[in-house]
Ligand binder design. Sequence first.
Ligand code: FES
Ligand code: FE2
Length: 413
Amino acid sequence: MPTTRIDMLVAMRTAQARRHHGARQRRDDEKRRRGAISDWADSTHLNSQFFEAGERCETPDRDLSTNPSREESMAYIKNIWYAAAWSSEIARDLFPRTIANEKIVFYRTELGEIAAIEDRCPHRFVPLHLGKLKGDIVECAYHGLCFDASGACTLNPHGDGKIPRAARVKAYKVVEKHSIAWIWLGDPESADADLIADFSVLTDPRFQTVSSYLHVAANYQLISDNLLDLSHGQYIHPMFANAEGPPRFEPEKDPTGHEVWARFSRPNQYPNKYFQMLGYPKDQRGDHRNYMRWSAPSLLLLDVGMTGVGRPVEEGLSIPTSHLLTPETDTTTHYFWAMSRDFRQADAALSDELLRVGVAVFDDEDKPVIEAQQRMIETSELMSLNPVLLQTDGPAVRARRVIEAGLKAELAN
Ligand code: FES
Ligand SMILES: [Fe+2]
């Protein structure tokens, strides 16, 4: 036991050193698994040796399987589709967005297709989005190297004009579907658009949809936990609260596959403020359902509706709500949400009201709690802190297991 102040300091330093050693060990393990990053970094240092004027300086080939701009961090599944943006966000200009720690610049080609390349010039690492889009070519703002949508350097305006073999950036496969630009961070050859989760409700002409984007300073899995456990609605969302208490949770009887379901219901109850706003009669009891579907990496669709007691769901109100969560960094998330309805489609005032409610609920009520949670746990992984688990956490834990299994499978290959 430390007895003096100096002993205490030494003990603290030793504990600190152990923690640092542990952290370094974890970083080293991660590095070994993803050795390409450090190999690439070592090889580029060769290029910094002095060379005579006129002499060719050739950088060894870079491994482009991982965008080297990513910092050491959590691992993310690569061979999977992430929601990168609403289609409407990407136009004929350079649009930067970080996805799973990879810095990427998006733009539309002259044919209207979406291109996505690494947002870091391999010369002096200036972000390419600071440059100019010329036709389908991105010209770096600093010394004018040019890159096409395949990531190849097409022009070196200096010296003999030769293009070093290593002068290329990673290019990503992007597909537009359901009004979303989906990105595949892994091997473009294995990018199959049929693997994109079904969000056809977003473009189904029978539905009117309002949508928005939210930036959250929290890890994407904390938000997924929030959406898979809707019992929180009773406490932080006055609009969704109900006089009769939290909803009933229905555990999945036979969980299989890569989808996770979290079903909450309130049979035979008066409508909450949300359903009253949507037009469900205030004095009429009904069955209220919140059935959340989760697909990896973190794409959620909520079947939310209310119908007369014991009546088929088709008779009542349905307002499927999409929540697409994309990790930006380990502690920040791109959150795309949308509410779709197949009633009062032409009612613009209702659309405005839904947008207002969405912002009030997700931005002003969920986001502060989740961000506070992130600040409390700092950069720790939630499950490593042994959180107390309730029955309603089941789906969130299962979703985390699916992600972990996906990561393990990728690292093993
Ligand atoms: S940093 Fe891009 S051309 Fe020099
Ligand atoms: Fe919420």
